[in-house]
Write a protein that binds this ligand. Structure first.
Ligand SMILES: *Cc1c(COP(=O)(O)O)cnc(C)c1O
Length: 460
């Protein structure tokens, strides 16, 4: 690999000013937001690492395609462009456009789910789990042991534990299995990649028992980068070929195009099986829109058709993954407990290690998210006991396995000097770490509570 500095492989044609504020102003904004950065106004945020979802900067080619979009209700030219782009990549004949990933999840998992049904995944993403559980079905995570140790260096920490997968299928009963979902890369598990050989084994097990195998392929291009650079036998294949090979192993996919689609809105569901696709199309028309647009306008479909090609460009993917690694390694050298190796779209910090004095039931991850905002104007997200915690029958918190904070990097948005600033803010956080206190939840909804819960600082 070249030792030269990683450059952004684009020049900037259009700019948007950043909002500069002081720590005391941010303290006020955060208090008004119930100490939940999801409830902040984005104009009060300097660097927004809340999510890489729908936050990409589009290319001039995407904007140009949007201008030429066909907004017809049915059979639009823009739909043909999108359908072809998705078919060339996935090889799945039945394609259903949706307004975002969770709409595809709601349709597919709502149809397959229901009481008594089981889903198994390397790790269910939060909206995936919510849609499954909302249908009455059960979602079981089945990640390899290595993926559960935040500091262990291992090339494919997103892999499914395939021995346990087979046991789980037998234990839950083959006839009760709704689907096996392989999430690539594994978002909630640290943005860690899944190897091709693991996907193959998952596919074989699903075939053996006749269980539907679905790829949650939001970050399939980023995953392909890791396969090419870490797995034997792939260094001479293109990223696109690697992704195609992975799709060939599964029965269908669900995609939030807001990630590797390089668009601000969009998603789809693609399936091999005609009957399943027909059933899903009926649901699509009820909740999303006619089958040739789902929840999307013609211009959304054009932007996505182009984005799905651009994302596999070697120059882009090298910059994307290497700049994320640059950021994570910079924090690691400072002594910030980051999950290693660095994943594709985000840097994850282990908040229990960062704030060892804050007990888990006072949400150390929430404390870190609040500190990053007040001290640096940086918005990040807790991926831990706020997001995944549950209560037992006595109302006591059952914490998540890990309390992480995620800084997700929007695609093609920030430059290296922006990243260097964020790394500097961590110096301040490190020097104040003993003084930081935890939080309690004072208000929360029954599902996806991290989006709207309100908090109160302990001892204030
Ligand atoms: C973002 C995401 C989803 C949900 O997609 P939305 O577009 O946000 O509805 C599902 N699975 C994974 C792995 C994701 O990252």
């Amino acid at each position: 690999m070249s030792r030269r500095i990683i450059i952004e492989p684009f020049k900037i044609k259009s700019v948007e000013p950043l909002f500069i504020s002081s720590p005391s102003e941010r303290e006020e904004y955060l208090q008004a937001a119930g100490y939940n950065p999801f409830l902040l106004k984005s104009e009060h945020v300097l660097f927004d690492f809340l999510t890489d979802s729908g936050t990409s900067a589009m290319s001039s080619a995407q904007w140009a395609a949007m201008m030429d979009a066909d907004e017809s209700y049915a059979g639009a030219r823009s739909w043909e462009h999108l359908r072809e782009s998705i078919f060339n990549l996935t090889g799945y004949p039945h394609i259903l456009p949706t307004h975002q990933g969770r709409a595809a999840e709601r349709i597919l998992y709502g149809y397959l789910g229901g009481k008594g049904k089981h889903f198994i995944s390397n790790t269910h993403f939060d909206t995936t789990r919510a849609n499954i559980e909302f249908s009455g079905a059960e979602a079981t995570d089945c990640l390899i042991k290595e993926g559960q140790d935040p500091f262990l260096e291992f090339p494919f920490k997103g892999n499914m534990d395939t021995e346990r997968l087979e046991k789980l299928i037998l234990e839950k009963g083959v006839k009760n299995m709704a689907a096996v979902i392989l999430t690539v890369t594994n978002n909630s598990g640290g943005g860690q990649p899944v190897s091709m050989s693991n996907a193959k084994t998952v596919g074989e097990i699903c075939k053996k028992y006749g269980v539907l195998f679905i790829l949650d392929c939001c970050r399939i291009a980023e995953n392909a980068y890791f396969i090419r650079h870490r797995e034997d036998g792939y260094k001479d294949k293109s990223y696109f070929e690697i992704a195609k090979e992975m799709f060939s192993l599964a029965d269908g996919c669900v995609m939030s195009a807001k990630k590797d689609g390089l668009v601000n809105m969009g998603g789809f569901l693609a399936l091999r099986d005609r009957k399943l696709a027909d059933a899903c199309t009926n649901l699509l028309i009820i909740t999303e829109g006619f089958a040739t647009y789902g929840g999307l306008s013609g211009r959304d479909m054009e932007a996505l058709a182009v984005g799905l090609k651009e994302v596999f460009s070697p120059g882009y993917l090298t910059y994307r993954i290497r700049s994320t690694t640059y950021f994570g390694e910079k924090l690691n050298i400072k002594g910030v407990p980051v999950m290693m190796p660095i994943g594709g779209h985000a840097v994850y910090i282990d908040a229990r290690t960062f704030y060892p004095h804050i007990p888990v039931y006072q949400y150390p991850g929430q404390a870190l998210v609040c500190e990053l905002y007040v001290r640096g104007g940086i918005r990040s997200v807790e991926v831990g006991s706020v997001m995944f915690g549950k209560y037992d029958e006595n109302g006591k918190l059952i914490p998540a396995k890990m309390d992480l904070v995620r800084l997700a990097i929007p695609r093609r948005v920030y430059t290296q000097s922006h990243i260097d600033y964020v790394a500097e803010v961590f110096d301040e956080l490190l020097s104040h770490r003993d003084k930081v206190r935890g939080y309690t939840i004072i208000e929360e909804p029954p599902f996806l509570r991290h989006f709207t819960a309100r908090f109160s600082p302990v001892g204030k």
